[in-house]
Design a protein around this ligand. Structure first.
Ligand code: 6PG
Length: 226
């Protein structure tokens, strides 16, 4: 586990730098890198900052998503729509390198299985966020998906609207080369503390799945760690 704490207005830049470093390292070691993006609001500024960082050979980066809401890719709730505006439209990333979760498919299980088939065995960098309830991706406290050890993508119903989603499962997070958790604000302080300081209980705090990753926090989100 590594934790870096910074001012709120520096968090996006720090996250972008750490994501870029990890991608460049993976490309140098393996001639390719895979990047799974989080949705929500926190990472948007980091993606915009990442788009400004030179030296990333985007032709060698394959992009995935940690979760997606069951909405079309043009919907304001779509994680893909956010990433497209914040990152994809700003870097020379080939469209064929972008792997969107087709979460609007009425057959959610088929969509999950189709996406699972695309996922690399070991993702180079998974960007994650944390909910005030401790969830990450769309793995919410108490969810049966937290016990999944075979499927790598599952349809879930969560308390955070919109409820119907597709999410990566614990084995995907656990097998990642690096998880980068980005969190800001006082509302995340308690789940961050639970995820990093309490005995691991992923059913209570699913974000604990990323406890061995790199946690990038502003002072408010880190307030209960010191
Ligand atoms: C989603 C995200 C989710 C998010 C957290 C934090 O699709 O909702 O993947 O896991 O990272 O809910 O969301 P905020 O960044 O908006 O606080």
């Amino acid at each position: 586990m590594a934790i870096e704490v910074t001012d709120s207005n520096q968090l996006a830049k720090l996250a972008a730098e750490r994501i870029a470093e990890a991608l460049i390292k993976a490309i140098s070691a393996e001639s390719a890198a895979s990047l799974a993006l989080a949705g929500g609001t926190t990472p948007r500024a980091a993606y915009e900052a990442l788009a400004k960082i030179p030296g990333i050979d985007w032709s060698k980066v394959s992009v995935y998503f940690g979760d997606e809401r069951a909405v079309p890719p043009t919907h304001p709730d779509s994680n893909f729509a956010m990433a497209r505006a914040a990152l994809f439209e700003r870097v020379p990333l080939p469209a064929s390198n972008i792997h969107r979760i087709v979460a609007e498919d009425p057959d959610q299980d088929a969509a999950a299985r189709a996406y699972e088939a695309l996922l690399p065995k070991r993702i180079s960098v998974i960007v994650l966020g944390i909910g005030e309830d401790g969830h990450t991706a769309s793995l919410f406290p108490g969810s049966a998906a937290l016990d999944e050890r075979t499927r790598r993508v599952l349809p879930v119903i969560g308390p955070k609207p919109p409820p119907q989603r597709l999410s990566i499962t614990p084995p995907v997070i656990e097998s990642a080369a690096l998880c980068i958790m980005i969190a800001n604000g006082t509302g995340k302080a308690e789940p961050v503390r639970r995820a990093l300081k309490d005995p691991l209980d992923i059913h209570l705090t699913p974000s604990g799945l990323a406890r061995n990753g790199l946690w990038l926090l502003d002072h408010a989100a880190a307030a209960l760690l010191e």
